[in-house]
Design a protein around this ligand. Structure first.
Ligand SMILES: CC(C)(COP(=O)(O)OP(=O)(O)OC[C@H]1O[C@@H](n2cnc3c(N)ncnc32)[C@H](O)[C@@H]1OP(=O)(O)O)[C@@H](O)C(=O)NCCC(=O)NCCS
Length: 170
């Protein structure tokens, strides 16, 4: 299940940020100030920080962002009614066991719940071949390369019609 992150999760989120597999996927992003980010996200739907739990144990994070309205304009000028996702598993021991697939399916259900949302976008580092394969298997189409800051990324997009056609719905 996915639940909203709270300030009680800050120590765990900070610990996960220090894991080598998380750092490797992060590029030039400075570490998050989780207390501030969680406080800022409270009470609006522009950024959602969600903790994935399995049998009550936190295993990872999903962030769902409205890229057109998000404060830093990370995605630049972009069309309305999109969602952007970030996802990571916290502990290396939990990688490659199907948790990410379950988390993405739950996250996509949330993204597309508002009927106006047209597509979900995602921006793995070009070098993150494992994550790119993971998104492709979930039905995401490769849009093309894009540089965010100093990071060479590849943008992927899942349109509502593809999601509705099945395969990625829970
Ligand atoms: C990407 C990620 C969320 C996928 O979750 P997961 O639970 O490992 O994935 P699943 O078990 O559901 O699916 C396995 C697939 O995930 C992909 N994968 C990506 N990174 C992986 C890793 N470090 N270890 C194992 N599988 C990985 C592979 O495509 C794998 O399929 P394969 O058998 O074809 O190699 C997770 O691996 C992760 O947190 N990676 C580090 C952070 C990251 O890269 N986040 C994405 C940033 S855009």
């Amino acid at each position: 299940m996915l639940r909203p992150a709270t300030v009680d999760d800050v120590p765990l989120l900070t610990h996960w940020d220090q894991q080598p597999h998380v750092i490797a996927a992060t590029g030039d992003d400075p570490g998050a100030d989780w207390s501030a980010e969680i406080a800022e996200a409270e009470g609006d739907d522009v950024v959602q920080h969600l903790i994935a739990e399995e049998a009550g144990r936190p295993i990872g994070v999903v962030q769902i962002i409205d890229p057109a309205r998000e404060r830093t304009h990370y995605w630049g000028e972009c069309e309305p009614d999109l969602r952007a996702i970030d996802i990571w598993i916290g502990e290396a021991a939990d990688l490659g066991r199907g948790h990410g697939t379950t988390m993405m399916r739950l996250a996509l259900d949330r993204c597309f719940a508002p009927g106006e949302v047209r597509a979900v976008v995602i921006d793995p580092l070009a070098s993150n071949t494992g994550a790119r394969r993971f998104y492709a298997r979930l039905g995401f189409a490769e849009v093309g390369p894009r540089r965010f800051g100093t990071d060479d990324c590849v943008v992927y997009r899942l349109d509502r019609s593809t999601w509705e056609a099945g395969g990625t719905r829970t």
